[in-house]
Design a protein around this ligand. Structure first.
Ligand code: BES
Ligand code: MN
Ligand code: MN
Length: 456
């Protein structure tokens, strides 16, 4: 291990953490237009930091949404090139009253740093940046060539970065990508994520009467769009969680028997997961599949919210003119967003109750991905993780989505090393999001070692 870069990281850890707090104070919520300026501030903070630590060609690249940040350092002649990826945007903090400390006032408690974006993904981005800084400051160079590309729209589908990657710019020529936006399977257990689900995020809008109506005067004769919407939603899935859209499961490529066997040997306690992570009376889902299979290797359909109608306190007797539902489907390898959306839209059109009209809109889409594990960069990553964590790496998939990982593979032919340092109880997208401070520290050291191992 490079003792000098690691030593630099250890000596500067307190400062690294203070800087991360400053990054976390910027409410870069990509989905809320009132935070557009904050997103730009976060992008600028990254650009300033990239220049300060000695990266070159630092630039903000405009998109139709929030800017990309690019930088590189290409002086490791004859060595491979890594494309380092992360996102500086965060999810909205609501419900705000559930936070113990305010979401954009980072707070240390019991070995964690709490803030929106702590683990997803600002803390992990900062670990990447600090690993680069440690090499540059300790040795004046990097072990391999590095390009850095950060986006500010991951949480809203990543349209801007996809367009950039799809144009296959010379700036993105690399041998592999390093993505730090995933979790470890358990505390202290070094983990590489080798598969992600894709998704389609949609909206169903149901329209009935020309305007809102008095439910006493018209109830019984006028169609109710919320009832119609509920009927549509209820027909999408059966009681076992099986999706009823015809053909939906046709193209799925199931995990190999070897991969399933490896999942069975992971330290997974289903009852502990139910109680501590999910907190529901029972787990649900397709019979015959383990929880890991259900969340990693089977598609799902979820409803996120049903805007419209009367949602204030108290009662209002109205038949709303329209109702909407936000519905997403997670897709697994073999499925494509295009085909899944056509199948879904076609099926919804067939089950529209009488008296209403329905429109199905696609909000964003991303491909599922599986990364090949037989490549030198994955092997280098396991060597690096062994040095830092003193343990063999486990390979997992995740049920979440990072659309750009599929795009890196499809447009640039890049395998991604998804080396992430989140923990299962980090409350991603939820109140009291946190990042374990030890994981921040060892995450930096892991990336320092990985860059060295990738040079071998
Ligand atoms: N970092 C997550 C994805 C993730 C979560 C990977 C947990 C591995 C473990 C990412 O920021 C995310 O939340 N993605 C969205 C993508 C969507 C909005 C296109 C998701 O999965 O909902
Ligand atoms: Mn993320
Ligand atoms: Mn996220």
């Amino acid at each position: 291990m490079s003792s000098s870069a690691i030593e630099y990281a250890r000596q500067n850890h307190a400062r690294f953490l203070e800087e991360l707090k400053a990054f976390l104070r910027i409410p870069s919520i990509s989905t809320l237009p009132e935070h557009n300026a904050d997103c730009r501030t976060a992008a600028e903070m990254l650009a300033i930091e990239f220049s300060r630590i000695g990266l070159q060609n630092v630039s903000l690249r405009e998109t139709e949404g929030h800017p990309l940040v690019y930088a590189d350092w290409l002086h490791a002649e004859g060595k491979p090139t890594v494309l380092v990826y992360g996102h500086y945007d965060v999810q909205p903090p609501d419900p705000i009253e559930e936070w113990i400390a305010p979401p954009f006032e980072p707070t240390e408690r019991d070995g964690n740093i709490y803030a929106r974006g702590a683990v997803d993904d600002k803390g992990q981005v900062w670990a990447q940046v600090k690993a680069l800084e440690s090499h540059l400051a300790a040795t004046g160079s990097l072990p391999i060539n590095v390009r850095v590309l950060m986006e500010g729209e991951e949480e809203v589908g990543g349209e801007g970065i996809e367009a950039f990657v799809a144009s296959r710019p010379a700036q993105l020529q690399a041998d592999f990508a390093l993505v730090s936006d995933t979790e470890m399977f358990a505390p202290g257990l070094p983990t590489l994520c080798v598969g992600l689900r894709g998704m389609i995020y949609t909206e169903i809008e149901v329209r009935g009467a020309r305007a809102d109506l008095h439910s006493g005067m018209y109830g019984g004769a006028a169609p109710n769009p919320f009832v119609a919407l509920a009927q549509i939603l209820a027909r999408l899935k059966d009681d076992n969680g099986h999706i009823l859209i015809p053909g939906f499961y046709d193209d799925i490529i199931p995990p190999s028997p070897e991969e399933l066997a490896a999942w069975r040997s992971l330290p997974f306690d289903e009852e502990g997961y139910r109680i501590a992570e999910v907190g529901s009376a029972q787990l649900v889902g397709e019979p015959g599949y383990s929880v890991l299979e259900r969340t990693w290797a089977r598609p799902t359909l979820d409803v996120h919210g049903m805007p419209g109608g009367f949602i204030g306190a108290g009662a209002k007797t109205v038949i709303p003119a329209k109702a909407t539902a936000k519905v997403s489907m997670r897709l697994v390898p073999g499925m494509t967003p295009e085909k899944a959306f056509e199948q879904y839209k076609g099926f919804v059109a067939k089950i529209v109750p009488t008296g209403v009209e329905v429109e199905v809109r696609l909000i964003h889409a991303g491909n599922p991905c599986l990364v090949p594990v037989e490549n030198p960069y994955i092997r280098a990553a396991t060597r690096a993780l062994r040095q830092v964590w003193n343990q063999e790496t486990v390979f997992i998939r995740s049920g979440g989505s990072i659309p750009i990982v599929g795009d890196f593979a499809n447009y640039l032919g890049l395998p991604s090393v998804m080396m992430g340092f989140g923990l299962p109880d980090d409350n991603l997208h939820a109140p009291n999001e946190k990042f374990n401070l030890r994981n921040f520290e060892l995450g930096i050291e892991s990336i320092i070692c990985f860059l060295e191992e990738a040079a071998r």
